[in-house]
Design a protein around this ligand. Structure first.
Ligand code: C2E
Ligand code: MG
Ligand code: MG
Length: 716
């Protein structure tokens, strides 16, 4: 007690000086140092300046009396116990003081024991109050700590009652789902779940309740609030328990409840979805890839087998895509592929599958097309759709497509056969010419296509001399004489029979074997043409097609010059046919190469002109002597359709003083039209197809009159 008294901060308020003195002495005996004041005013001032545990307060004082001090203490909520010391022991005075908040009173005169007992009491009360307060504070702090932990958890934390109503959810809900915890309290848990996952969620929580699962986990998609709310995926972990002894507020003792937490796994899930998407889709066009296509195909085969029904597989390859890609650049090529995919999708049903097989190849599945007529209609529609120009970044681009069709089960009962036969049919369509489709038929398998096997074969073709050369005449219609011949390669395949360039040139380019093919052709054509002339000096031009890959080779010029020297072939008789794609790559470098050969007398012809979409104005930069108008434009002349392009090309070539060779001239109508335009050199079936060496030599022997006669026979 003495220790407490010694530490207690006591204010003594007593106007009677003697009384004040004796009280102070008494307290000092117990090592207590009270603050003394003689008036109520001083007391109020002292209370404002410092805290006191205890106030010993005289009631009757002149001026501000004890009652006023009590009133001040109450109004200001000053945390001090007041013991009234009063000479006025009337009941009225004491009860007023107690009502005003005094803790106890002591009546003058008093004995030391009385005083000490009263002080003692008050001090104990103060101690209890303090302990209580400290405990309260610890409780509050602990509550705050737990609240902090729960609300700042990165996860949702919730408690559900036995009927799955939310009885608590932490503040995280606000940040993650944009719902206030209050608005969720009382809601059934499925109200927080995305409708798609509601059934799964209901089953999950019911199972936990029924089976009393200790710790169950599920992936669920939660709803979130707001206009642009995206889906949120959570990994939910729940355990059930019966409300323990001490209890969770709001639950009866022993009542079943679920405690759960939910971790936001949206990002992980989206990343996984993306990886999954990547595994099954082509990222450029967002179309299914081979893997997904094959998966769908196998399901379709299964169903059709069970139902005894047919369906169609289609292989679609873009014509002229490579030219666009090479001349206008890959970004534009990519855009074009996307637009093509879009156009194709527009004429498809949702049950059909369009898949990008790679490059400019697409493969399609029509599970509901049960007749050949049906799929032919679709093919026509696609061909028409892709014939229309594409407008991309200011370019007007024309492409087309070749389509091969295989029907289940007639053209194949398993996945591989169906795909391969559609591919074979597509290659057949390609060799028929642009913008066409072909239905698979079994005799195709022996002739062209089947590319996979071809690669190894091409290597062998060069070494085992299965390649041969054909020559097609180019006629000068002013003189009626043969101006030159274009050499065209053929391949006598031991199993597939005679193969045309369309069946293998593009594969040979892919695997770069075209370099060997072209070198072989150049050397052997020079040798052959020279041998036709007993003098050893040919009087015609030899036109040789070159792949852009060969022209890009570092040693291209040296190779050509060396070959000419080795074969003794005059450079002036050689015309190298290149395509626009060559010119647009490394302009300076290419110009230098062409110029070196041109200086030696070699001519250059720009083949397939008009299909490259490039500006005509750049042509004068290159040493190009001849333009070959692509046969598709000459074909248009026959159909009587738009000929303005041909006229423009001829006019331009004449302006640049270039020779013009029109390719693919088949009718006398085309001949008349072209000669009317002033187009001097013509090449086409009208004057002869590509002939083997023996036949072309006979043609060379004809006089102009005989040649004209020959052409007229062909035309009729
Ligand atoms: P190209 O250089 O434009 O050759 C003309 C093609 O049109 C030849 O087809 C020719 O037979 C065909 N043709 C000629 N006159 C007519 C006609 O009146 N009507 C029709 N419908 N077609 C006609 P071929 O021989 O199948 O060659 C196709 C392409 O293969 C050639 O187109 C050329 O780009 C390429 N090629 C041919 N031989 C070689 C070669 O040795 N090396 C390289 N790199 N490419 C070659
Ligand atoms: Mg050519
Ligand atoms: Mg051509």
């Amino acid at each position: 007690m003495d220790a407490e008294l010694a530490e207690a901060r006591i204010l003594l308020v007593e106007d009677d000086a003697r009384m004040r003195q004796s009280l102070r002495d008494l307290l000092q005996l117990h090592q207590c140092q009270p603050v003394l004041t003689a008036t109520g005013g001083d007391a109020i001032e002292a209370l404002q300046c410092a805290p006191f545990d205890l106030v010993l307060l005289d009631l009757l004082m002149p001026g501000v009396d004890g009652y006023s001090v009590l009133q001040h203490i109450e109004q200001q909520r000053i945390d001090s116990l007041v013991i009234v010391i009063s000479g006025d022991s009337g009941f009225e005075a004491v009860s007023t003081a107690l009502k005003q908040g005094a803790y106890d009173y002591i009546k003058k005169p008093f004995t030391t024991q009385e005083l000490m007992a009263t002080l003692n009491n008050a001090l104990r009360k103060i101690r209890l109050q303090r302990e209580n307060r400290a405990m309260q504070q610890r409780l509050v702090q602990s509550e705050q700590l737990h609240r902090f932990i729960v609300n700042n958890s990165p996860d949702l934390i919730f408690i559900l009652d036995h009927a799955c109503h939310v009885s608590f959810i932490n503040d995280r809900a606000e940040a993650l789902l944009n719902f206030s915890p209050e608005s969720m309290t009382g809601a059934h848990i499925t109200e927080l779940i995305d409708p798609e996952d509601c059934d799964q969620a209901r089953l999950f929580f019911e199972r936990v309740i029924q089976e009393g699962d200790q710790l169950a986990t599920a992936e669920l998609c939660f709803r979130s609030n707001g206009l642009f709310a995206r889906k949120h995926y959570f990994e939910v972990t729940v355990s059930s328990s019966n409300n323990p002894q001490q209890g969770i507020p709001g639950f009866e003792r022993g009542e079943l409840m679920l405690y759960g937490s939910a971790r936001d796994i949206t990002e992980r899930k989206e990343a996984a979805d993306y990886i999954n998407f990547q595994a099954y889709h082509d990222l450029l066009t967002r179309l299914p890839n081979r893997v997904l296509f094959k998966d769908r195909l196998s399901v379709t085969i299964f169903k059709a087998t069970r139902n005894n029904s047919q369906f169609a597989v289609m292989f679609l390859d873009l014509d002229r895509f490579k030219v666009v890609n090479d001349t206008l650049g890959h970004p534009l090529g990519d855009r074009l592929l996307q637009s093509v995919a879009q156009r194709l999708l527009e004429s498809m049903r949702s049950s059909d599958t369009l898949s990008r097989f790679g490059g400019d190849e697409f493969i399609l599945l029509f599970p509901e097309v049960t007749s050949i007529e049906g799929v032919e209609q679709i093919a026509d529609k696609f061909i028409h759709a892709l014939k229309q120009p594409f407008y991309i970044k200011g370019h007007e681009i024309y492409i087309g497509c070749s389509i091969g069709i295989a029907m289940f089960p007639a053209d194949g009962e398993d996945m591989e056969t169906l795909i391969q036969n559609a591919d074979v049919a597509m290659y057949n369509a390609k060799s028929k010419g642009r913008d066409s489709y072909c239905l698979f038929s079994p005799d195709m398998n022996r002739s062209p296509a089947n590319r996979l096997g071809l690669e190894a074969d091409i290597r062998r073709a060069i070494s085992d001399s299965e390649l041969s050369l054909c020559y097609q005449p180019q006629v000068d219609i002013q003189t009626g004489a043969i101006r030159g011949v274009e050499v065209l390669v053929r391949w006598q395949h031991p199993e597939r029979g005679l193969m045309y360039p369309a069946d293998f040139i593009s594969i040979a380019e892919e695997i770069r074997l075209i370099l060997d093919v072209d070198k072989w052709v150049l050397r052997n054509a020079c040798r052959a043409v020279k041998s036709w002339f007993p003098s050893g000096r040919p009087t015609i031009k030899l036109a040789v097609n070159l792949s852009s890959l060969l022209v890009e080779q570092e040693d291209f010029v040296d190779f050509v010059l060396a070959t000419l020297a080795e074969e003794g072939f005059p450079a002036q008789c050689l015309e190298l046919e290149i395509t626009e794609s060559v010119l647009l790559k490394d302009q300076e470098h290419i110009t230098r190469k062409l110029q070196r050969l041109s200086d030696e007398g070699v001519d250059f012809a720009l083949d397939d002109f008009g299909t490259g979409y490039s500006s005509l104005s750049y042509l004068h930069q290159y040493p190009i002597d001849t333009l070959k108008i692509d046969q598709s434009f000459i074909g248009a002349v026959a159909e009587g359709s738009n000929t303005s392009l041909v006229e423009a090309i001829v006019a331009m070539a004449q302006g640049l003083r270039m020779n013009i060779v029109a390719e693919g001239v088949e009718s006398s109508h085309q001949l008349e039209y072209l000669s009317g335009l002033g187009c001097r050199y013509l090449q086409g079936w009208l004057f002869g197809k590509a002939h083997p060496e023996l036949d072309i030599v006979k043609l060379l022997d004809l006089s102009p009159e005989q040649l004209r006669e020959h052409a007229l026979q062909v035309a009729h």
